[in-house]
Each structure stands twice: as structure tokens, then as C-alpha cells.
Design a protein. Structure first.
Length: 274
């Protein structure tokens, strides 16, 4: 099957429960304006995505109008049925979502989601044509090789039910070392590179997952992409990106990387455009 490619760099953020509906729309309008005029996005070097709160998904799709991909922060394990308060992958796909976050450390810690739930939700995403944004990462700092193996284990486990059911499709693995989420500083760039490189090699070799990507989250901010661009396909930005001007600053960094071709030269992710 022929696939086109994700932009070489993916930049995204989750608004979690920080934004009101009106603030979400204001953010989307500002980012849409930036994306349409910025050379990194207009020229195809970078692609943006946002995962807003459920109540704002439909309006965000309208406000962004194709300038960025829109996803959801979670989904149900089932597509339809008597599941009060749940939102299904079928409903998200019908709205026009491109992706959905699965297995974030907060969902595991605060709501008791275990590996079985993550497997079921990953399968539900792929079953409905959504790209699962699967969050992986070690709970405590390890040697990089051990951290990479733990991330690979988590990703393979998340995809196990989908694979057994013959569900193909792309995945975005978001590497977020749990000990770095919300920390004042991200993990050391050399550590990130040493984990992301083997994880990305593994992801690219997964059968039926052509076009997949690996991005880094965990207190990611300006300057980090330049240091890890040879090992990761982008960034899953935290609260830093809740200011649209910060998104533009990261796009400036992408443009500089493309223009200079230095040690952080961005390479084609070998993935697929949404």
C-alpha cells in the first residue's frame, strides 16, 4: 500500500483541562493564522496537531480548518453502547478527528488505566481510522538502553490486540519519561536521543505501521528540537505551547533547522501525511 508522508516534524500539544471553551477557540484561531503564513508549515516542513477537551473538539476543527490536525485526549474501549459519559472512536472519527491520545501517565495514575485498557483503546482507535498517539515512558530514570527497551515493550503491548485483530494503520509513539513530565527541565538531550533512536527504528520496522512516527514530550521547550532532531520526529509540547507565540517560536526553530542543515538537520520521517 502506498502512503504519503507526515511532515518531517510533528509538533503538538494537549490543552488537558487548562482551557475554557472560549480560550480553546482563541488559541486555535491564533495558531491557524500562524500556520497559514509560517514558512515551516506552509512549506510542509512541519505539521501541527492539538488535542483539546472533548467539548471543544468540533469547534476546534472548524476554527483550525485544516491548519492543524485535531484529536481527542481519550476514547472509549467500545464503539457504541450503554457507557454513560464515554466518547467513542466512532464518534470522534465522524466529527473529523485525525488522532487520539492513548495511555497517558495521568490516565494510568489518576484513573487506573492498565495495560489491558491501553490495548483495547489502541485497537479502538485503529478500528475507527484514528492514529493512536500512544504515550510511553519509564516511571523512573534508567540507563538509556533499558529505557528504550521499556518503551518498546509498552508500545508493542499497546498494539498487541490491534495486531491480533489484523488492524493496520499508523501510530505516533509519544515518548514521555514519567519522571520528566511537568519537571522544570526536560530530560538531558543525549538521554532523549539514546531512547528515541532505537524506539524510532523499532517503530519504522513494525509491519502494517508504515508512516508511523516518534515524538518527544516531557517539559519540551525551545531549543530542544535542534538537539534531538536526528533521533525524533517532533515534539509533544506541554504548557509552553499554550501561548500561540511559543508555537511560532518552535516553528522558527524548524525553519532554522531546515535552512542551516547543521547537526540537527531534520530528516524525512518516512511517514505519511494525514
Amino acid at each position: 500500500m502506498s502512503v504519503t508522508a507526515f511532515p518531517p516534524v510533528l509538533l503538538g500539544t494537549s490543552t488537558k483541562m487548562y482551557f475554557t471553551h472560549e480560550r480553546t477557540l482563541a488559541w486555535c484561531r491564533s495558531v491557524a493564522e500562524i500556520a497559514r503564513r509560517h514558512p515551516a508549515t506552509a512549506g510542509g516542513s512541519a505539521g501541527l496537531f492539538v488535542v483539546p477537551g472533548y467539548l471543544s473538539v468540533a469547534a476546534a476543527l472548524g476554527a483550525l480548518d485544516g491548519a492543524a490536525m485535531v484529536g481527542a485526549q481519550d476514547l472509549a474501549t467500545e464503539d457504541f453502547g450503554p457507557f454513560t459519559g464515554e466518547v467513542s472512536g466512532a464518534q470522534l472519527a465522524e466529527l473529523g478527528c485525525s488522532l487520539v491520545e492513548v495511555g497517558h501517565a495521568e490516565r494510568r495514575r489518576l484513573f487506573g488505566e492498565d495495560d489491558a485498557v491501553v490495548r483495547a483503546k489502541t485497537a479502538a482507535a485503529l478500528r475507527n481510522g484514528l492514529v493512536p498517539l500512544v504515550c510511553v515512558g519509564e516511571a523512573h530514570r534508567l540507563e538509556p538502553a533499558a529505557a528504550a527497551q521499556e518503551c518498546i515493550r509498552q508500545l508493542d503491548d499497546a498494539l498487541a490486540s490491534a495486531g491480533a485483530s489484523g488492524l493496520s494503520g499508523r501510530v505516533i509513539a509519544a515518548y514521555e519519561p514519567q519522571w520528566a513530565i511537568g519537571a522544570p527541565q526536560p530530560a538531558d538531550p543525549d538521554y532523549i536521543r539514546a531512547v528515541c533512536a532505537p524506539l524510532r527504528d523499532h517503530v519504522r520496522a513494525l509491519p502494517g505501521r508504515e508512516g508511523s512516527a516518534v515524538i518527544y514530550g516531557g517539559s519540551a521547550g525551545p531549543g530542544l528540537l535542534t538537539q534531538i532532531a536526528d533521533s525524533a520526529d517532533g515534539l509533544f509540547l506541554g504548557r509552553f505551547a499554550h501561548d500561540p507565540a511559543a508555537v511560532e517560536a518552535i516553528l522558527d526553530e524548524v525553519a532554522a533547522l531546515v535552512g542551516t542543515g547543521g547537526t540537527g538537520t531534520i530528516k524525512d520521517s518516512g511517514g505519511a501525511h494525514v
